[in-house]
Design a protein around this ligand. Structure first.
Ligand SMILES: NC(=O)C1=CN([C@@H]2O[C@H](COP(=O)(O)OP(=O)(O)OC[C@H]3O[C@@H](n4cnc5c(N)ncnc54)[C@H](O)[C@@H]3O)[C@@H](O)[C@H]2O)C=CC1
Ligand SMILES: O=C([O-])CC(=O)C(=O)O
Length: 312
């Protein structure tokens, strides 16, 4: 299996590293626009192989898409990360142009690839990549839900003093402050979380999850990469190993949850064909209202993209 990761920065290089040391792909091609940057990162990862014992070949290129030809999966991480004081939506004008041009190049050389978008604003960049690629919706998806759910699970594990492995959760909606964690669908070793934690503490954890990206931007001056890069690699693994994993993934909705045409995080089954099924939960009135509010927020940013010049 061949996987290309576009953007050899913090998230892209982390993702490539996880793909390599976990031998998720035989070959990982890293692409960046900065001369020599991807070559250096790929060489560094390859030089780690005798230490961490893996065979995955890592190759870096500067903007040379011929080297990405016939990739099975492509992860797009190219674009600006936000700085303190910015929202993810503030990145749209720069990142839309980057995601569009990268997608064009990818499709030219790997017309059958499955695309995983990571660049922000996530839901709308998934929309941009989908429009440009003209692939079926099942093959163009965004990574955010695994990350947001992981943050939620990590905070709960800390609060309850239990293993994060035993916390199962699902989270829906856009990758922003309107994301919708679902405590009703959160369990700890099979026990509903609501039986183990008082409601005020749970509310505080939900709030911290919603602002999880911003918390890290404030601490580091740029956004996170270890968890995001690993989350994208986990999606690649589900696809290349045809694992049929159930993950929250951003995809264009076509009637599910009564929503059509908006790109939102929903639980799906992920396997060799990409998104193999969108799972429709029986949301209650309150949960559905939160999902609709999240849809509205994503729609507004999709409208901004629709009104941007094609060259932007
Ligand atoms: N979906 C999610 O949950 C998350 C999304 N992100 C987003 O991922 C993106 C990348 O973040 P970082 O890796 O931290 O940024 P970074 O600045 O470390 O890396 C971005 C890389 O993209 C490269 N690049 C820019 N234009 C390019 C082009 N046309 N072709 C190829 N490479 C190009 C840059 O040279 C740079 O090396 C940001 O937009 C960030 O907001 C970050 C974390 C989580
Ligand atoms: O916060 C950001 O800008 C990056 C991101 O999407 C996240 O870490 O959730």
């Amino acid at each position: 299996m061949k996987v290309t990761v576009v953007g050899a920065g913090n998230v892209g290089a982390t993702c490539a590293d996880v793909l390599a040391y976990r031998e998720i792909a035989n070959e990982v091609v890293l692409v960046d626009i900065k001369e020599g940057f991807a070559e250096g990162k790929a060489l560094d990862i390859w030089q780690k192989s005798p230490i961490n014992l893996y065979d995955t070949r890592t190759v870096g290129v500067t903007n040379d898409y011929t080297r990405t030809a016939n990739s099975d999966v492509v992860v797009i991480t190219s674009g600006l990360p936000r700085k303190p004081g910015m929202t993810r939506d503030d990145l749209i004008s720069t990142n839309a142009g980057i995601v569009r041009s990268v997608t064009e190049n990818i499709i030219k050389h790997s017309p059958e690839a499955i695309i995983i978008v990571v660049s922000n604003p996530l839901d709308v960049m998934t929309y941009a990549a989908h429009l440009t690629s003209k692939l079926p919706r099942t093959k163009v998806m965004g990574m955010a839900g695994i990350l947001d759910t992981a943050r939620y699970r990590a905070f709960l594990a800390e609060e309850l003093n239990v293993s994060p492995k035993d916390i199962q959760a699902v989270l829906m909606g856009g990758h922003g402050d309107t994301m919708v964690p679902l405590p009703r669908y959160t369990t700890v070793g099979g026990i509903p979380v609501t039986e183990l934690i008082d409601p005020t503490k749970l509310d505080a954890i939900v709030d911290r999850t919603k602002n999880g990206g911003g918390e890290l931007v404030k601490l580091m001056g740029t956004s996170a990469w270890y968890a995001p890069g690993s989350a994208a690699a986990q999606m690649v693994e589900a696809i290349v190993r045809d694992q049929k994993r159930v993950f929250p993934v951003c995809i264009k909705l076509e009637g599910e949850y009564g929503i059509t045409g908006t790109y939102l995080g929903v639980p799906v089954i992920l396997g060799k064909n990409g998104v193999e099924k969108v799972i429709e939960l029986q949301l209650n009135e309150e949960e559905m209202a939160l999902l609709k509010a999240s849809e509205k927020a994503v729609r507004e940013v999709m409208d901004v993209l629709d009104n941007m010049p094609a060259t932007a």
